[in-house]
Design a protein around this ligand. Sequence first.
Ligand code: BMX
Length: 286
Amino acid sequence: MASADTVLALDIGGTKMLAALVRGNTVLDTHKVPTPRSGDPRQWLQALFAAIASWQGQYATVGAAVTGIIDDGHWSALNRNTLDIPENFPLVAMITELSGRPVLAANDAQAAAWGEYRFGAGQNEDMVFLTISTGIGGGIIVNGKPMFGLAGHFGLFRVADDVAGTLEDRVSGHWIANQASGHQSGATAREVFEAAAAGNEWASNIIKASARQTAQLCRNIHLALDPPRIVVGGGIGLAPTYLDTVRQALEGLPPRLAPKIHAAALGESAGVVGIADLAKNHRKIT
Ligand code: BMX
């Protein structure tokens, strides 16, 4: 029998699709697959729901945290390098059809921000969340409320008018891997961190370049929103030495202008825990 407190939470990012049964901040069960790089989200979702068919009847609500923007239940990519999906995909209608349950959808980083705020490094204080992952995602909690729509899309910032591309195309996992191609053909971002840990200066220099850009972003966020803390997550954000390198790039700033950077506490569960709480309580939150 479905417990009213159990939520089916989906976290669809540029790299992985995670489905979880969530109750409060407890993840009861998970199913994880790579995000397909081709085909149609309709097919991806049908396959995902077929794989978790045994969960049917165990959840009362569905939350979907997705890379990209959600407007009125419709899902669009803002940076097709991160994930290429059709414009205005009817995400909420599709998941409602597959689950037969009420569905709430939000951007993945906005959901993760709420998860860290409620159950993680945020300690229920206003905060900004950054995920350095396939792209750079962000979420903003101000006056105890989450912001939705475009809010937090820091990865799409333009660096300067004479520099092509977005900030995330020069910082995140894709960029780190591309920068390594001249040193170690086909290296993934994870392998670049491993090469740096093994003492390869070329790898350390790539990571430092990414971390310096993230540090500048944190300075600008601090000036724009003056949050009590910036919580950083994501596969790159939580990779060994990354946050220390970001903090080193911020040393010497006047204390009032120095952002307070904290490592995310919930790891890859932040998105599913956050969207589950939003889906269950959104009438009280938004
Ligand atoms: C991009 C954008 C954001 C997303 C961020 C992190 C797309 C498809 N995504 O800036 O909505 O939050 O990447 O995405 O335009 P992730 O997959 O790395 O979590």
